[in-house]
Design a protein around this ligand. Sequence first.
Ligand code: AMP
Length: 214
Amino acid sequence: MNILFLGAPGCGKGTQSKIIIKKYNIPQISTGDLLRSEIKSESSLGNEIKDIMASGKFVSDDLVLSLVSKKIEQDECKNGFILDGYPRNIAQAESLDTLLGEKNIELEHVFLIDVPTETLIKRCTGRLVCNNCGYIGNTDRGENPNDNCSQCSSGKLTQREDDKEETVRNRLKVFDEQTAPIISFYSEKNILHKLIGGDDPSVLSNKITEILKA
Ligand code: AMP
């Protein structure tokens, strides 16, 4: 099963991916996570992309393509994968098409999660991520920066550098300008499912499961 989550920052792509990982035991390929781990490891690539990511701009298409391509080749992806945060513009969608075509892999479902802008801003600016296990919390659930993670107990909850309000607004603008055009790219392929997010994540994940079972 090869699926893709599409949607603006804060729409719940990461949360839904984590639910699918548990249910179907297929890995998530999140370009944001791959890039953040480069930064965390202080590799030369990480140092190069740090400021770009902190500003909410995109890193280069070639770089994300090579990260995704390496990951797809790994054994853990042989039964399928969840793409989260890639592709993010038309050029990336076309490169992904070529890459999958070369490997004889079919992208079966694209889930577009639509959430009102003000909800996206509130979610992103309140989002707290565990620096150890990647658990995603939020201040609107009573969690605070520097709290111990409720899932792994050894990590601390921290705000992502690019979740500050000004940067979030910039990321949403970049989404509208560059990522939204790929919605029609996938709807023309008849693999797009448009879902309304913003409620309880389990409501959305039930809808996704129904589609995957059909
Ligand atoms: P995310 O975790 O998906 O919100 O991504 C965080 C940041 O990583 C983005 O704002 C970009 O700076 C960078 N990034 C993630 N995925 C891509 C991509 N497909 N193309 C370019 N930049 C990306």
